[in-house]
Design a protein around this ligand. Structure first.
Ligand SMILES: Cc1cc2nc3c(=O)[nH]c(=O)nc-3n(C[C@H](O)[C@H](O)[C@H](O)COP(=O)(O)OP(=O)(O)OC[C@H]3O[C@@H](n4cnc5c(N)ncnc54)[C@H](O)[C@@H]3O)c2cc1C
Length: 576
């Protein structure tokens, strides 16, 4: 039987558990595992013991040129370049695992390698012509060329479609003008994937390959920033840059799609980085908890310390389950994974943040000192919730995609609802009363069941099924309650997104634990079952709480308080 080539979460929101998408839990290929072991042993001999250098470079806000050269020699720019072009040709799963390993040593190193592969040159791999690939991929594999991704502008961050950087066609080339800000690797790069406005019948935005030697390309000074300080972040400017027509990446006018596809497919790398950070934090915290004595015993003996460590383990396992499952879907050729990839980004970056915060707490005052790695890890991790789509925007994307699907079932509305997907934030104004009624009928019918999970996981799969049923009626109830106002009401949208995020993570953990029980036997998988049990309980409580707030909430008061603060631009109750 062939697998469903669709989205697990989009199906779930319509009341169906498409379990053949997430079962069996994906596995890394044996030969790739061997390759990774060799790579990791070379990382270990190279990077282990370099922590004082990393701390120094964090303070200086830059990594030395010699180290960048070492990164090239150790193949850090070759991971995803196909073998025929001189790269390692790793799968998405393998690549994510490599970034996990690098992140256990140092986040600035991981982001320099990651931005090059995940976003800098990903467009070339996904959309490049044979000529473009032949010309650039061999140089990108060796690091002779470093790549970066240029989308953000001073007036266009989350609203990426609002970019002003402009390319005008002149004969068989384009003249590019504009400025991009906060570009990772921009200061090192020779290869720039650039998005520019090309208002034309074909579409508004086009992606281009720009190279440093083109006249009119310049980069600004290294930004002084909170974290990832040793990585390069700069402004990139284009002044009358003549870009040949054969440097268009993908189709003219389809650049927004190119950008979104790059960001979606790059998320497994970022997820791998989150897992690496969490595993390092768990190693540091367990060591610290056992060696630090207070009140005559190791702090590891205290319940509140154990509670933190236990939660770290659950969140790390859940993140790893999500990230690897999404990477596996991409490797298997699934096309419709954007919602799941967005979920993996939001879930992983927030688990990492909580884990690092708790790790610092376990380290006490020492955790606050720059001599130990905790504060740097926390600073480095903060950006993850902001870049590659803020977690807020991704939550809107996750929930509004689900609501779009619900509406899509209504044939009469199919045409106009298409706009919601293109512009999920603005497009909801079109819901009519008729639509609301129809949506009520279409959803809320979920009779979804899990059949492929291990039978011993009945309790947890029942939790999933129960919450999934609620989810299928969630969008319906929100729409019935709020109708076309939903676009302005982000609180319920966020609740739907949070429920979807939790449920996808739970589905991934169920799939992974099933495969562990089948492979290792119930005894060896007992601890993983415990993790699942704890996580399923957490998910049930959070999902119920989110659903409960559809009717009972303090949203209006919160908005009123925010409006008051916005009006007065401050806190209105100073006691002096
Ligand atoms: C260290 C670093 C590296 C970066 N690297 C790159 C890179 O390599 N390439 C690149 O192109 N960009 C890069 N960026 C830019 C990054 O992607 C943007 O910062 C990000 O997309 C958010 O845009 P913004 O900062 O303009 O925030 P804004 O869009 O101004 O958002 C500010 C806040 O408002 C919220 N918000 C905005 N719109 C809505 C809405 N409709 N509903 C609810 N909330 C909303 C956001 O969630 C956020 O919390 C980098 C940024 C940093 C700091």
């Amino acid at each position: 039987m062939s697998k469903t080539n669709g989205s697990f979460m989009r199906a779930l929101c319509m009341g169906k558990i498409a379990e053949d998408i997430i079962f069996p839990y994906p596995k890394m290929k044996t030969d790739e595992k061997e390759t990774l072991k060799t790579i990791f042993s070379s990382f270990s001999s190279w990077l282990k013991g370099k922590d004082s250098d990393f701390r120094k470079w964090d303070k200086q806000g830059e990594m030395p040129k010699e180290f960048l050269q070492e990164m090239k020699e150790f193949g850090l720019f070759s991971f995803i370049v196909p073998e025929e072009f001189g790269g390692l040709g790793l799968s998405v799963t393998g690549y994510s695992r490599v970034l996990q390993e690098l992140s256990r040593y140092e986040a600035s190193v991981a982001i320099t390698a990651g931005a090059h592969s995940s976003i800098g040159m990903k467009g070339l791999i996904l959309f490049g012509t044979d000529e473009q690939k032949k010309k650039y991929l061999p140089k990108l594999a060796t690091g002779e060329m470093v790549a970066c991704f240029c989308l953000t502008e001073p007036s266009a961050g989350s609203d990426a479609a609002g970019i002003k950087c402009k390319a005008v066609r002149e004969g068989d080339s384009w003249v590019l003008n504009g400025e991009k800000i906060w570009i990772t690797n921009g200061g090192l790069a020779d290869f720039f994937t650039v998005f520019a406005r090309t208002d034309s019948p074909e579409g508004q935005i086009t992606a281009f390959i720009v190279t440093r030697e083109m006249a009119g390309v310049s980069t600004g000074p290294h930004e002084d920033k909170m974290g990832l300080r040793a990585s390069s972040t700069v402004t990139v400017s284009f002044e009358n840059v003549r870009v040949p027509n054969d440097h268009v990446l993908g189709e003219v006018g389809k650049g927004f799609k190119v950008a979104m596809k790059i960001l979606n497919s790059g998320r497994s790398g970022l997820g791998g980085g989150c897992i690496g950070g969490m595993k390092r934090a768990i190693a540091l915290s367990t060591h610290q908890a056992k060696s630090r004595q207070q009140f005559g015993k190791p702090i590891a003996d205290f319940g509140l310390v154990k509670q933190k460590i236990g939660h770290m383990v659950v969140e790390c396992y859940a993140t790893e389950s999500v990230v690897n499952l999404v990477a596996g879907l991409v490797d298997q050729g699934h096309e419709d994974y954007a919602v799941e990839a967005a979920i993996s980004k939001v879930f992983g970056t927030e688990c990492l943040w909580r884990t690092l915060d708790e790790a610092l707490q376990i380290a006490g005052g020492g955790g606050y000192m720059c001599e130990l790695p905790y504060e740097r890890m926390l600073r480095d991790a903060r950006i993850n919730r902001i870049y590659e789509g803020t977690n807020d925007i991704l939550r809107l994307f996750i929930a509004l995609t689900a609501m779009h699907d619900v509406g899509q079932q209504l044939k009469e509305l199919a045409g106009s609802l298409g706009k919601v997907f293109l512009d999920p934030i603005k497009g909801f104004g079109i819901f009519s009363d008729y639509a609301k009624k129809q949506v009520s009928l279409t959803t809320g019918l979920g009779k979804a069941t899990f059949t492929m999970a291990h039978p011993s996981l009945k309790e947890e799969t029942e939790i999933f099924e129960e919450c999934a049923k609620d989810l299928a009626s969630f969008a319906d109830r929100i729409l019935r309650k709020h109708g076309k106002k939903i676009v302005d009401l982000q609180f319920p949208t966020r609740r739907l997104a949070d429920a979807m995020i939790d449920l996808f993570a739970l589905a991934c953990v169920i799939s992974r634990v099933t495969s562990s029980i089948e492979e290792k036997g119930p005894e060896k998988a007992a601890k993983e079952k415990e993790i699942l049990h704890v996580f399923a309980g957490q998910v049930r409580r959070r999902v119920k709480s989110n659903f409960g707030k559809i009717d009972e909430n303090d949203d209006e008061q919160i908005i009123s308080l925010a409006d008051y603060a916005l009006e007065t631009e401050g806190f209105g109750w100073d006691n002096l």
